[in-house]
Write a protein that binds this ligand. Sequence first.
Ligand code: PEP
Length: 226
Amino acid sequence: MLIAGNWKMFKAQAETRAFGAAFSPPAGVDVVVCPPFTSLAAAAESGLTVYAQNVHWAEEGAYTGEISIAMLKELGVAGAIVGHSERRQYFGETDEGTARRAAAALAAGLRVIACVGELEAEREAGETEAVLRRQVSALDLHPGLVVAYEPVWAIGTGKTATPEIAQHAHAFIKSLLDVPVLYGGSVKPDNAAELLAQPAVDGALVGGASLDPDSFAAICRAGLLS
Ligand code: PEP
């Protein structure tokens, strides 16, 4: 059971240290936080397992605004998210680029959470499986790879996929690629247990509710019981 917190563009260093001091997750669940780049070192120094929110495939080079694997490792970072829907929607990231990021990070020993998920219009048009197939097919099986199913209509909207929708999508993803699959999309302390209880749900990627140490710890406890 892996519970990951994606802090997006929230929490500078002092707030990160305050989170680290207040956060007490239960033993028995793998917990990671994904702070902004400038807070990665502070999070690692707080004793948290830390993933970045993105990583580039090149060792170094003229890639303004990007971050390399070695730069992350130097800070004690253990993994990275790739292909988050906000990267795809607002910054034009593609299945191909996501796959290159994932492959390079995995080859260098970082763990990877690769995000997939359909838009609301795609679900309504009956295209969910086709979209998931396209996104997942770009990825290669690796022991360090985890996929996060994040239906875009459920991210930051307060709309959560029903446990049945999540179970169905996760089972479909696993039929394409045999990896652990996290659910993401408005996971909160009051809905985490029923989502995490689904047999094909191997954990959660949590946005908003991971910013508060008490609510994130409550979600981690729900993972322990599932
Ligand atoms: C996310 O950004 O990965 C996410 C799932 O956000 P939220 O929990 O806020 O919907």
